[in-house]
Design a protein around this ligand. Sequence first.
Ligand SMILES: [Zn+2]
Length: 249
Amino acid sequence: MSIREQIASLEELSAIDVEIRRIDELLEKQKKGLSGMQSEVKGLEDRLKADREMLVAMERTRSELMTEARQMTQQIDKSREKLGRSRNERESNAAQREVEELRKLLRDREDEVERLNNATNAARAAIEDADGKRTTIAGDLAGTAPGITTSLSELEAERAVFAENRVKVVARLPNILYRRYQSIRTRRPVAIARTTDGTCMGCHVSVPPMMFQKMRRMHEFEQCPNCLRILYYHAPDAAPASAPDPSRA
Ligand SMILES: [Zn+2]
């Protein structure tokens, strides 16, 4: 395989790799968008579950406190009756103390119920808010997911065609050249560069004149001393003003 043929194959390979890279970037972007929405829905669902469990626990506590408060009210009534029945000052004082202590306990329960009322109202509002958000995002997801999935499979199919062609082109290249190409590509998206006048068109730095002269004879590949891309000579394009060659039409 002549250097010229190898150059043609390298250029073909590089063009395929540019396309594959473009497709991979699109694939990644779309997958990210999809998984971002999915994880947002998941996050809201987790939060809703936790908030609903907390709400149930607060409501249970509140109803227990209300039962206690009712029992205390009954006890206060009983103690009041006792106060009415008291026969001496000692009994009367004891009953009075009992009523006061029970009233204080009742007030504590009532305060706690009030606090829980506020907390459950706030929790209900937060749940409603998160549920609304979840519904909106889940709706968006349901609307866009089929489109994204279709476009993902189209891109995968397009990529598969390029990948298949790539295998054929790689098979034409000398192994050592391909390995060099791949190793440069781990650092740079495009591993090859042309030169027409001694300047590397990859990094726009001039190569040593001796190296350029050798390249012009097209016996072997060079590597740009600056960007390390595989560098090869490309004859200047015909002047744009010249008429097209009719024999090549
Ligand atoms: Zn260069």
